[in-house]
Write a protein that binds this ligand. Sequence first.
Ligand SMILES: *Cc1c(COP(=O)(O)O)cnc(C)c1O
Length: 371
Amino acid sequence: MTDERPAPSAPATPVQLRACLDALPAYTPGRAASDRADVTAYKISSNENPYPPLPSVLDVVRDAAGSMNRYPDMAVSGLTTALAARLAVPVQWLALGPGSVGVLGQLIAATCEAGDEVVFAWRSFEAYPILVTLAGAVPVQVPLTDADRHDLEAMAAAITPRTRVVLVCTPNNPTGTTVGDAELEAFLDRVPSDVLVVLDEAYLEFVTAPDSPDALAVLRSRPNVAVLRTFSKAYGLAGLRVGYAVAHEPVAEALRKAAIPFGVNSLAQAAAVASLEAVDELEVRVKELVAERERVVAALREQGWRLPDAQANFVWFGLGADTSAFAAACHEAGLTVRPYGHDGVRATIAEREANDRLIEVAGAFRARRSS
Ligand SMILES: *Cc1c(COP(=O)(O)O)cnc(C)c1O
């Protein structure tokens, strides 16, 4: 999403703007890929799927484009029916939106009054503090453990009578770690039944950890759990904006009420349905990305990097004070990565050549630092 360079401050205006905006970073577009003429540049800063759209999906989108003078189906009926069948849940349990970030905005709007609290780990997904703050709610950020994992004990302890929502990002963006099923159950046992726990599974399809929770099974037995998923990452539809929540009917209905009318555009609806039909082809790509992830992680560990468990389509370098130097070295080599302050760098698993170059740059960086 946002880059961490300071944005130019906006000119003064007599218009009254909400004070909560002062707490938000101004949006600055992501840094463009480096412009070296001698190498192919790769943008590995947004966790995008490197594969081009499937031909079958592209055909459907082309057809749908012919009706773009019409509003989309406001109820998103076709996609909702297809998803309900795929997930074996009632259609009443689904709420769709423009990306799962859009659905999360609906969720905060549906649960939080001004001053209510939303607990989440930090670092985690950068959209969380933005959506919470914009709603007039209060972000409560609980530091990750030393192993870059959610500290579910501390998150449970951070719940107060003002808490309305707890966000659990698994795998966590940007560190890539998952929560275990046993620790999640123990955590959920401690959460009051009127607090909604959201499992953000944007990267679910890339997970191989055997103790990873079965979120839909957890959801079935707990009325205060919701699951967020997206077509942006494994399904490669980031540019079309479609994601969804699965929740018990009263919660899902509230999310549908909080939606911006016609928020899921007709191309996105058509592409998502076609993608569900092509799920076998998409799974082959996901498997290849996971194999690449394992190859990259093994090579980096061989170089001496200590990396957290990588369960999504990216790796996390906990670089501390070396963060910007490493990002600059990547940029110099034609790789745009995502630096986070003085915490570290996230790099997306992408085309094989990009992955090879990441290994090369990381190896040279370590060699320079230790010499
Ligand atoms: C990418 C991502 C999403 C999904 O975003 P979309 O709005 O669906 O594109 C949600 N949560 C996390 C943690 C992510 O990294």
